[in-house]
Design a protein around this ligand. Structure first.
Ligand code: ZN
Length: 590
């Protein structure tokens, strides 16, 4: 877990010159290529890129991309004019951050990455809290009892950066994110440097020390936080969205607040009136939460990424390097204010500008890099605004869908103890039955819970673990997958629930809105599954391909672009040919 020293990296680079066939600039005519069967991985005469930059914009749905595409003028305009796949899919049902990030650079579905959700219940864990976070090591106790030890141990497969390091020992694998799970699920286990935003600055894995660049970035951010900052100017084209939506948290009642994605924040607060839709991201001095939920977080993440490009000389080594960047502000803003307010409109503009500056910085350094940008999942607006904008069917999930209430109803029917009978992480998704029941009682609980839930008007489907285990892994276009197919792609038997609940389209699994959490994602519906997938490299002929592709196609596509050897079965996805002409970029792996 120690940081590999720069001196060792330089030594390795010097000792292991990087000369696979795919990178040879001009093979000598007199000497045949040693691997005659392999087609060129890249357009003739063009060396492979020296740096891969994979960017995940958290909660950047295909809908947001389509809505704002004509307004992009900087980084996102550049990518829009590259090899653009506007109908990408995070194909699986559990469209949460951790599973979504786990597909992007592994090329594998959550059923194979093992990252079935942000949080799952493991009743065998040797601690009181049985909820396990996807990016923690639950076998270790953090120094602060309220904290956890960040880890990528739950990810079952290697990432592209790890595969590159396995093929070329000089390859560097670096990840930066606004969230630990974003950086860790894209970076993987063997990672040279990894940073994520934590509270008031960037942090790294336990046992590692912050690089001087991260220390410097943190100290400059501390100044911004300490001083505060004015809000952002509303672009003229955001005017129609600048409209307040009044919300109320409702009375604090027994039963807690059902929210998905591990965002439960303890006891229910007193009723509070608040509104969303007209924010400008004014930063009050010292308000770290406001910093996080603003375009400033993405800019800080990209700044640190640029500093690491310089300090590690990424893209200038003896082998191609991997830089993963996960930008979290879009997601925090989406949860706090929804997708259709002035806040998201400002964020889209600022994201575009920040990415433009980042790409310009890479250009200025003379790097030959290839970019892919996608998202870990899509998103959905808040029901209160959807009602005003022609979607009256949108609604918040009923408290009856929460695990405590399911437990009570099932226990009453079967005459069992309700305490911890059915466990879960919110009003939908995976649910687990108390493990010390007899097999017979467990089966009765699953059957009764399924019957009760199917009678609920907001429930679309309930699949048991047995049904999912018996289902084949889906194939074909993700837009035609059944709900069972989608749930199957999220199913990994050792971690998945005893049954999975899929809510009807338009049901938002936040029982009551609260400041900071009014809207969400996570459903099996296309507003949460569809994401843009945008590739770009200088000099490549752009094209648009509107047919459905998948985020698991990204890793095989990038692998082929750099000549990484990947035997059949390495990926769930397929290589996308990024050459617009008769040539192919898929020569090596396909
Ligand atoms: Zn996310």
């Amino acid at each position: 877990m120690m940081v590999r020293s720069k001196a060792l990296l330089l030594l390795a680079a010097a000792l292991l010159p990087f000369q696979p066939q795919a990178f040879a600039r001009a093979p000598k005519a007199t000497k045949p290529a040693p691997v005659a069967a392999a087609a060129p991985a890249i357009p003739a005469g063009r060396p492979a890129p020296r740096l891969l930059v994979a960017i995940a914009v958290d909660q950047f749905s295909a809908d947001l991309f389509a809505q704002y595409r004509s307004h992009f003028v900087a980084g996102l305009a550049r990518l829009s004019g590259g090899m653009a796949f506007p109908a990408g899919y995070q194909s699986h049902a559990a469209t949460e951050t951790c599973p979504g990030h786990s597909t992007i650079l592994t090329g594998m579905r959550p059923a194979h990455t093992g990252i079935i959700a942000n949080t799952w219940i493991d009743q065998s864990v040797g601690r009181d809290k049985k909820a396990v976070y996807c990016a923690e090591d639950e076998t270790r106790q953090a120094a602060d009892p309220k904290d956890y030890v960040a880890s990528v141990d739950h990810l079952l497969v290697p990432t592209l950066g790890e595969r590159m390091k396995a093929q070329w020992s000089a390859s560097r694998n670096v990840a930066v994110s606004g969230k630990d799970r974003g950086a860790l699920m894209m970076g993987g286990h063997k990672i040279d440097q990894v940073y994520w935003w934590k509270g008031k600055g960037f942090a790294t894995l336990e046992g590692r020390t912050l690089s001087p660049e991260a220390v410097a970035e943190n100290s400059s951010l501390a100044e911004v936080l300490g001083a505060g900052a004015p809000g952002f100017t509303l672009p003229a084209w955001c005017g129609a969205q600048d409209r307040a939506i009044a919300l109320n948290t409702g009375a604090a009642a027994a039963g807690g607040i059902g929210i998905a994605n591990s965002m439960a924040g303890g006891a229910a607060p007193a009723p509070t009136a608040f509104s969303v839709g007209t924010g400008r991201f004014v930063l009050a001095a010292g308000d770290a939460n406001a910093f996080r939920t603003s375009p400033r977080l993405d800019r800080a993440t990209l700044d640190l990424a640029t500093e690491l490009v310089d300090s590690m000389k990424l893209g200038k080594g003896a082998a191609p390097d991997m830089l993963s960047v996960s930008l979290s502000a879009t997601d925090y803003i989406g949860h706090a204010t929804g997708t259709e307010g002035a806040e998201m409109c400002i964020q889209m503009q600022q994201l575009d500008l920040a990415l433009g500056d980042f790409f310009k910085a890479l250009d200025d350094r003379g790097l030959d890099y290839a970019v892919v940008l996608t998202a870990d999942h899509g998103g959905f607006d808040l029901p209160e605004r959807l009602h005003e904008q022609a979607l009256p069917s949108a609604e918040r999930a009923a408290p009856a869908l929460l695990p405590e209430q399911i437990s009570a109803a099932v226990a009453a029917k079967l005459n069992l103890d309700p305490k911890g009978l059915v466990l879960g992480d919110g009003a939908f998704g995976d649910f687990w039955v108390k493990r010390d029941l007899s097999a017979e009682d467990k089966a009765r609980v699953v059957a009764e819970a399924k019957a009760l839930l199917m009678a609920q008007p907001q429930v679309q489907a309930v699949f048991t673990a047995a049904e999912l285990a018996a289902a084949p892994m889906p194939s074909g276009s993700p837009e035609t997958w059944s709900l069972l197919d989608r749930a199957r792609a999220s199913f990994y038997a050792p971690r998945s629930g005893d049954f999975v609940v899929i809510l009807k389209r338009g049901v938002v699994p936040i029982v009551r809105p609260m400041p900071g959490i009014v809207a969400t994602h996570g459903s099996a519906w296309d507003y949460d599954r569809r994401v843009p997938i945008l590739f770009w490299r200088a000099g490549m002929t752009p094209f648009e391909q509107p047919s459905a592709v998948e985020t698991v196609d990204i890793a095989p596509s990038l692998a082929a672009l750099i000549g990484l050897k990947a035997p059949a079965g390495t990926f769930d996805g397929k290589c996308l040919d990024l050459d617009a002409g008769p040539g192919t970029t898929c020569g090596v792996t396909n």
